[in-house]
Ligand binder design. Structure first.
Ligand code: PXP
Length: 247
């Protein structure tokens, strides 16, 4: 069965829209609380909770990750940039998983995959340090052969294939080609012994195709679940996505 990691960043985006500078003066009434979101998601069957602690702290804050570390009952997947400062934090926090992602201050959300081939030594240092601390490491990469092969050579046990290009192409003529690119990427990664996750831009519609990709271990889904939760509540949104993943 394909697992579901629920990315709760955009619950924090909503909170920060109002409380970015007012957290200390609100008497505790800071809403919505991403930790509460995570606990409801778990109650509805989420297999893990994912957060991206960005360098610019635009949504998830450091305090959130420590509270999550304490409160959640599944597993914490920390998405982070491949930097010494973030590695140091991860070694203290000890999440079950770290997913290394690229970071660009100008982007609205994570855009391309991590360029493993262009940052080989930096990625290697990060992977080695995290693995030595018993943290499972995943590399968020585009489904391209050189990135996949180097990920395997650097000893990352997991890759997360970036589904963003496919999601963008969903209503265009490129959709089938992007799906095929993901399919080939998943097969190649699996053949090299990597465990295959996928994420970015997956929603309640395109999941019908995404779930057919071979060798999928886990999907990380955020924006569409948080968006649906506004109308249906968190538990229903998560249950519905789990049902669609099962098909
Ligand atoms: N996986 C990774 C590595 C991400 O950085 C993100 C968020 O950008 C997601 C999955 C979730 O993407 P979305 O919010 O589009 O579902």
């Amino acid at each position: 069965m394909i697992l579901l990691g629920v990315n709760i960043d955009h619950c924090a985006t909503l909170r920060q829209a109002r409380y970015r500078d007012a957290g200390a003066t609100t008497g505790g009434a800071v809403e919505p609380d991403p930790v509460t979101f995570a606990l409801l998601a778990e109650r509805a069957g989420a297999d893990g909770i994912t957060v991206h602690l960005r360098e610019d702290r635009r949504h998830i804050q450091e305090r959130d990750v420590w509270r999550l570390r304490e409160c959640i009952g599944t597993r914490l997947n920390l998405e982070m940039a491949c930097t010494p400062a973030m590695t140091e934090l991860a070694l203290k926090l000890k999440p079950e998983f770290v997913c290394l992602v690229p970071e660009n201050r100008q982007e609205v959300t994570t855009e391309g995959g991590l360029d493993v081939t262009g940052n080989r030594e930096r990625v290697r240092a990060c992977v080695d340090a995290l693995k030595a601390a018993g943290i499972q490491v995943s590399l968020f990469i585009d489904p391209d052969e050189p990135q996949i092969e180097l990920s395997a050579r650097l000893g990352a046990p997991y890759v997360e294939l970036h589904t963003g290009a496919y999601a963008h192409a969903f209503h265009t003529a490129r959709r089938a080609a992007e799906l095929q690119r993901l399919r080939l990427g998943a097969v190649r990664a699996h053949d090299l012994g990597l465990i295959v996750n996928a994420g970015h831009g997956i929603n309640y519609v395109n999941i019908a195709e995404v779930r057919t990709l071979p060798h999928l271990h886990e999907l990380n889904i955020g924006h569409s679940i948080v968006s649906r939760a506004v109308f249906t509540g968190v538990e229903e949104a998560v249950r519905e996505m789990k049902a669609r993943i099962r098909g």
